[in-house]
Design a binder for this molecule. Structure first.
Ligand code: HC9
Length: 497
């Protein structure tokens, strides 16, 4: 795609099968396409995912629903999962998983030897984290023996992503008719995912009915069921998706963040100082932390938050964001009719020298001004002069999602921005944008933030070898080879409170 943009400029059209698509990457153009996403935004459907549900007669969760059905489900889930109020109670369970992870690192790290299978350790961390907040369950994945079904679940997710790729181009229905092994593998992977998730959900719900949940920490499933807005089938489908969507995505992002920090010892030290300062606010002996202290810990660690943003700039999970346009829109002088599939290339944007100065350099501080709510100092906003001349189309169609952005859009002309004027929103699209953005966003951001804080306090991270790591497309983007890091414990009296 980056090559096509070089050849054709900032916008080009492509026919994929019977579908016309339009591709953009400039932040101002992404802003315009999100303005016309309508109130029930639709992204490109990953066909084998839908085919599986159809064939097995399973309900779609919020990820694959569309139209009004999607909107009602999403609104019901927003309350408990992504509303700002929902987050603080989830922080203590997340922190307790971080504590267990740090203990595990202490026991398996060896001087000058890379941690064996970092990727799998982080998969287990991510699965333990989502289960803790979703079901209030302790899975015991961070001990020496891992339950076989959890191991299978983790493998199934990776397999499901991987086997999806060829089916983006070949209709899965055809592969099923021909009983091609690829389709069978894909089915088996989803079967494993659903089986495992449903087992947990059933268990939690039966305990709940048996009123056997006294003394158990509150969890998301309980809250969603109690709210009573969704039926059990819908809840099960969405919880399964949340669980499956929470493992590879967060753990791979953390892996990239650690890889980048390991390559920059000075930056790592700076972060460590910030983290150590912020940690002081946690009361001695309050190892889990309360919702309030942990919120404050994250708030007082802006460099950690910027590190996550910077990681997602260079290493987005999703290569593009897509929307079917609900209205006509004019981008770069071209009128694009409603119904067109438009894609914003996160990969191209994040690495483009017209948008980010020295794009290849990992530099969390480039997001500094954003944290203080100012326009970006580094984006070459406004350098595309023709951008500035466009009127501010379609703002009325903007709906929901990111309240701060909504406010700023209400008061600021969207015209001249390549991100500027609406802060850095359209430069930092790692979780998508608007009402259809990643539902797990706040959980993922806090989980990754807390883990980085905990690791940095306890370990110095070094690269074992410095050879470049490329990026592979296995539906999501991931490192082309195992990332090998040495974890060096930091001697300190109370580092592991
Ligand atoms: C993959 O051309 C490339 O957490 C395709 C277009 C496309 C469509 C949907 C995207 C997908 C790409 C990447 C992976 C995404 C997916 C939508 C949701 C999924 C971003 C860009 C996330 C990783 C979800 C997965 C949840 C699932 C396992 C239940």
């Amino acid at each position: 795609m980056a090559r096509q943009f070089d050849t054709f400029g900032p916008i080009y059209r492509e026919r994929i099968g019977a579908q016309d698509t339009v591709n953009v990457y400039l932040p101002g153009d992404s802003a315009r396409l999100f303005m016309v996403e309508g109130i029930t935004p639709e992204r490109m459907v990953v066909r084998p995912w839908l085919a599986y549900r159809h064939y097995r007669q399973r309900s779609r969760g919020v990820l694959l629903k569309s139209g009004e059905d999607w909107r009602q489900t999403r609104l019901a889930l927003n309350h408990d999962i992504i509303a700002p109020k929902a987050l603080p109670p989830l922080l203590p369970p997340l922190q307790s998983v971080c504590n267990e992870f740090v203990s595990r690192l202490h026991s398996i790290s060896r001087p000058d030897i890379p941690l064996p299978d970092l990727s799998n350790e982080l998969f287990k961390f991510a699965l333990e984290s989502i289960c803790r907040v979703l079901y209030g369950e302790r899975m015991g994945l961070l001990g020496d023996t891992v339950p076989a079904d959890a191991e299978r679940f983790i493998q199934a997710i990776t397999e499901m992503f991987r086997t999806s790729v060829p089916m983006l181009f070949i209709p899965p229905e055809l592969l099923r008719l021909l009983s091609v092994p690829l389709w069978k593998k894909h089915m088996n992977a989803w079967d494993d995912i659903f089986l495992h998730a449903e087992k947990h959900i059933k268990k939690v719900l039966s305990l709940r009915n048996a009123k056997d949940c006294e003394g158990k920490p509150p969890h998301l499933l309980e809250n969603i069921v109690t709210r009573g807005r969704l039926n059990l089938e819908d809840i099960t489908a969405s919880a399964t998706e949340l669980m499956a969507g929470a493992v590879d995505t967060t753990s791979i992002t953390i892996q990239w963040a650690l890889w980048e920090l390991a390559g920059k010892p000075e930056l790592q030290e700076l972060l460590r100082q910030e983290v150590q300062r912020a940690w002081q606010i946690l009361h001695a002996g309050d190892a889990q932390g309360s919702p309030e202290t942990l919120s404050k810990l994250l708030k007082d660690s802006p460099l950690v938050r910027m590190t996550i943003k910077e990681t997602l700039r260079l290493h987005p999970v999703a290569v593009t964001l897509q929307r079917y346009l609900a209205h006509d829109v004019t981008i770069q002088g071209y009128t694009i009719p409603s119904g067109t599939l438009a894609q914003a290339s996160l990969w191209t944007m994040g690495r483009h020298p017209d948008i980010f100065e020295d794009p290849e350099v990992f530099s969390p501080k480039r997001w500094l001004r954003d944290i203080h709510g100012e326009a970006s100092p580094f984006s070459k906003a406004g350098s595309h002069k023709d951008e500035a001349e466009r009127p501010d189309e379609g703002v009325a169609n903007w709906s929901d999602g990111n309240e701060e952005t909504m406010k700023s859009i209400g008061s600021t002309s969207l015209g001249p921005c390549n991100g500027a004027g609406v802060g850095n929103t359209f430069l930092a699209l790692g979780f998508g944008f608007g009402p259809r953005q990643c539902l797990g966003r706040r959980i993922a951001e806090s989980e990754m933030g807390l883990l980085l804080i905990n690791i940095l306090r306890n370990f110095r991270i070094r690269r074992f070898d410095d050879t470049q790591v490329d990026t592979h497309f296995e539906l999501i983007l991931l490192p082309s080879r195992p990332i090998q890091l040495v974890f060096e414990p930091i001697e300190s009296e109370n580092s592991n409170l």
